[in-house]
Design a protein around this ligand. Structure first.
Ligand code: ZN
Length: 92
């Protein structure tokens, strides 16, 4: 029973992460998600133990020093290339 509860809690936690990833505002100064005056995100960030803003390396463009959110995730010979709109046309 405790094991089942732990599994459900982990799934709920992942749902919160997914919802934040899908809908929370992007903070370009840090390259992460932010609450942006939305009470639902305030609660979600609190549950997840995230700072506000929450830096998300896995959502950032992979051009060094760029803090934009990637919009293109392209498979290449060297692995996936994640780029923002500003860098999507640039070569490796
Ligand atoms: Zn970029």
């Amino acid at each position: 029973m405790a094991c089942e509860t732990a599994r459900i809690n982990e799934e709920l936690r992942q749902v919160l992460v997914d919802l934040c990833y899908l809908t929370a505002s992007w903070n370009i100064d840090v390259g992460g998600l932010e609450i942006d005056h939305m009470p639902a995100f305030e609660h979600a960030f609190q549950i997840l133990g995230w700072d506000n803003p929450h830096i998300c390396k896995d959502l950032q463009c992979d051009v060094p020093s760029c803090k934009h959110r990637w919009v293109s995730n392209k498979a290449t010979a060297n692995g996936h290339r994640k780029r923002c709109w500003d860098h999507v046309e640039e070569d490796e």
